[in-house]
Every structure is written in structure tokens, then in C-alpha cells.
Design a protein around this ligand. Structure first.
Ligand SMILES: C[S@@+](CC[C@H](N)C(=O)[O-])C[C@H]1O[C@@H](n2cnc3c(N)ncnc32)[C@H](O)[C@@H]1O
Length: 348
């Protein structure tokens, strides 16, 4: 999985329990990002639809959510990865933009990324291998980048991991059914078929994912756009059409309220962070349009000694916390008995 702002890595055990306890057969992960949450639901047998506005998120969703590993020929994927791994490097757009003009990757890795990406386009575009191979390349590039995790800037001196050799690995497909969609949450939500469980994890602040992960966007689209600035961002990152209503303090509350009211689901789970613009009571107000609401709080610092006793082993708040730096709220809304059952599943 790539390094990703707001990724729900530490919440996966709890979200898995919530998914299981909800009894859902179908689910939606509407801001899927790395697809971690959709993957967790798929692994417990739920048919998931994963959606996001980013092209790289769609690539992950087509790989890990849409493909049913039990219906594929693993040998074909292994052979394709071996063929791509053996290609000699050949400098092109990626090397020029992200290794020489901006120093996000060391040139010898950039040259291999160029060669592999061109070959994926020319030889695999119309095959089932296209997205798994692209995912493998993205993950390999992420392991040798020279950033702090976002692509707004590169490090002044090379990160030590950037000196390692680019290595394509098997993306490890998942058995089961699923779907992927790319689009703005507000545009796609109302036309989606009904699901049992909807999970929402919108952006928390003004930082736009499109600019923070512009290299992944360009590597997937392979449209070789003009770039600007020291980070060589895509020229369309300047476009106002690329702004999400979820990235503005002014527009986010009404966008979220609209989205929550339009969702066609039985139960809704919404992740939110206490460092963002909505207060706990705003969240309650927005979610209460969907029925009974309860909020779980998770503290990512739960293993720090001074906080023991306030949170149980699952990271769930069991006492009254003092001022905390980073609390992840998980809002659950829906039919009362379902919400109660879900809460009980993580409180055990
Ligand atoms: C907090 S992250 C989600 C992280 C994800 N749950 C994970 O664990 O990887 C928010 C996601 O919302 C997406 N996003 C931002 N604005 C959006 C919009 N208007 N419609 C759909 N997705 C959007 C971003 O591309 C980003 O992937």
C-alpha cells in the first residue's frame, strides 16, 4: 500500500469488526483512497463498491476490489511482472520531470519506471493485467521515493530508501466480488444502487489530494501533462474544477450533509478527525438524518503510557479523555439495533 494522508491503516481492525457486526452483504467505500477499507470489507465476504475521484485510487480499486482473484490466472501476472522487471531503463517523461527537473526519484529508478510504464501501455492496455501491473509499479515507485510522504515537495538530500532498486512485487489480488467507480462523491452518490453499509472518509482539510499525489495521478493516466512549480505538478492541478467542496471550510459542512442525506444505504459509517472543521455536535446533526447515531472515538496514541486506562485495547474511549491531539471519530448511523450491535462488537 502507498504512503497516504488520512489512510485508515490503524482503524482497519475496528472497521472490519463494524462491517461484520453490521451484517452487511453489500457496501460502499465512497472516498476509497488506498482502498484499504474496501479491501477489509471484501475480505469478510461483503460485495464492495469502491469510489474516489483520483485516477490512482481507481487503479487500486480495479486491482484489489474489481478483480476476483479466484477467477484469474496468477501465472500470467507472475510472468508479466518478470518480463517488466527485466526491462532495461529508458529515460522519458517520468525521468525528465520527476528525477532531473524535480528530484523525487533517483534517475536509474526513474528510467526503469519510464520503460515499464511504456511497456504496460503498449502491451497490456487491453488485458486484465493492466491495472494489477500499474498498481505493482506505483507501489514499487512509492518504496523508492524521496519525499516525506506527499508530493508537494521532494527532500533536499536523497531519502535513503530512494537509493534502493525499484522492485515490482505481486500486488496480491483478493478473491471475491466488487466494483470500482471514479468520480466526485456528490455526483456519483445519488445514482448508486442501494447498499447495506456505506463508509465515508472524506478529506479533513484544505490540502487537496490531487496536488499531494500528482505524480501518481500522472503515472496512472500517462497523459504526460505540462507541469509547473518546483514540484512539477500537473498544470490542471491549478484548475478550479479540480477543487473538492470537501477541501473548503465554507463548503464542506453542506457538501457532507447533502451527501449523507442522499446516500442509499441502511447503515452509514463516517470517519472524521477532531483536527478538522466539524465539531462532534455538527457530526451528530448531520448523521441524525439517517436514524440512531453513536460516535466512537479512537486515539492513535493509545499505546502511550499516560493514556492507558482511558482507552480499552481496541482503542475505544472508555473514560473521559482530557485534551487530545488526534482523535478519529467513527460515526455510526442507522437502525437502532444495528448500531447498538456494531458498537458492542468493538467494545468487547
Ligand atoms: C481521507 S482520504 C481516504 C483514505 C482512505 N479511506 C484510505 O484508508 O486510504 C480522502 C479521499 O477522498 C478523495 N476525494 C477528495 N475529494 C473527493 C470528492 N469530491 N469525491 C470523491 N473523492 C474525493 C481523495 O482522493 C482521497 O482519496
Amino acid at each position: 500500500m502507498i504512503k497516504y494522508l488520512g489512510s485508515k491503516r490503524t482503524l482497519i481492525p475496528a472497521l472490519t469488526e463494524l462491517g461484520r457486526a453490521s451484517g452487511a452483504k453489500t457496501a460502499l467505500d465512497l472516498f476509497t483512497g488506498t482502498t484499504r477499507v474496501a479491501q477489509a470489507f471484501k475480505r469478510i465476504g461483503i460485495t464492495v463498491t469502491a469510489s474516489d475521484v483520483a485516477s490512482y485510487a481507481e487503479c487500486f480499486a480495479k486491482t484489489w476490489i474489481e478483480i476476483d482473484a479466484s477467477q484469474t490466472n496468477q501465472l500470467e501476472l507472475t510472468l508479466a511482472l518478470a518480463e517488466l522487471s527485466a526491462l532495461p531503463g529508458k529515460a522519458g517523461y517520468f525521468t525528465e520531470k520527476f528525477c532531473l527537473e524535480a528530484r523525487f526519484f533517483q534517475p536509474r529508478n526513474g528510467e526503469r519506471i519510464d520503460a515499464i510504464r511504456e511497456r504496460i501501455e503498449s502491451d497490456y492496455r487491453d488485458t486484465w493485467l493492466y491495472y494489477p501491473l500499474l498498481t505493482s509499479l506505483l507501489l514499487a515507485a512509492d518504496r523508492v521515493d524521496s519525499t516525506t510522504g506527499i508530493q508537494m515537495a521532494y527532500l533536499k538530500s536523497w531519502a535513503s530508501r530512494s537509493g534502493k532498486q525499484l522492485e515490482l512485487r505481486d500486488p496480491e489480488l483478493i478473491p471475491g466480488a466488487g466494483f470500482s467507480i471514479r468520480g466526485d462523491a456528490l455526483a456519483v452518490a445519488k445514482d448508486l444502487p442501494a447498499v447495506d453499509l456505506a463508509y465515508l472518509d472524506p478529506p479533513y482539510n484544505q490540502h487537496r489530494y490531487f496536488g499531494n499525489y500528482h505524480i501518481w495521478e500522472s503515472l496512472v493516466r500517462w497523459d504526460k501533462p505540462e507541469t509547473y512549480g518546483i514540484a512539477n505538478k500537473r498544470i490542471d492541478a491549478r484548475d478550479s474544477s479540480m477543487k473538492s467542496p470537501f477541501n473548503s471550510k465554507k463548503t464542506m459542512p453542506s457538501a457532507l450533509a447533502q451527501l449523507v442525506s442522499e446516500l442509499n444505504c441502511e447503515t452509514m459509517v463516517l470517519s472524521y478527525n477532531n483536527e478538522s472543521w466539524l465539531s462532534r455536535s455538527d457530526l451528530l446533526d448531520i448523521a441524525s438524518t439517517r436514524g440512531h447515531v453513536e460516535i466512537l472515538d479512537f486515539d492513535f496514541k493509545r499505546y502511550v503510557g499516560s493514556q492507558i486506562g482511558v482507552f480499552n485495547k481496541a482503542g475505544l474511549r472508555v473514560g473521559v479523555p482530557g485534551a487530545r491531539r488526534n482523535i478519529e471519530h467513527v460515526v455510526i448511523a442507522g437502525e437502532r439495533s444495528t448500531v447498538k450491535r456494531m458498537i458492542a462488537s468493538v467494545e468487547q
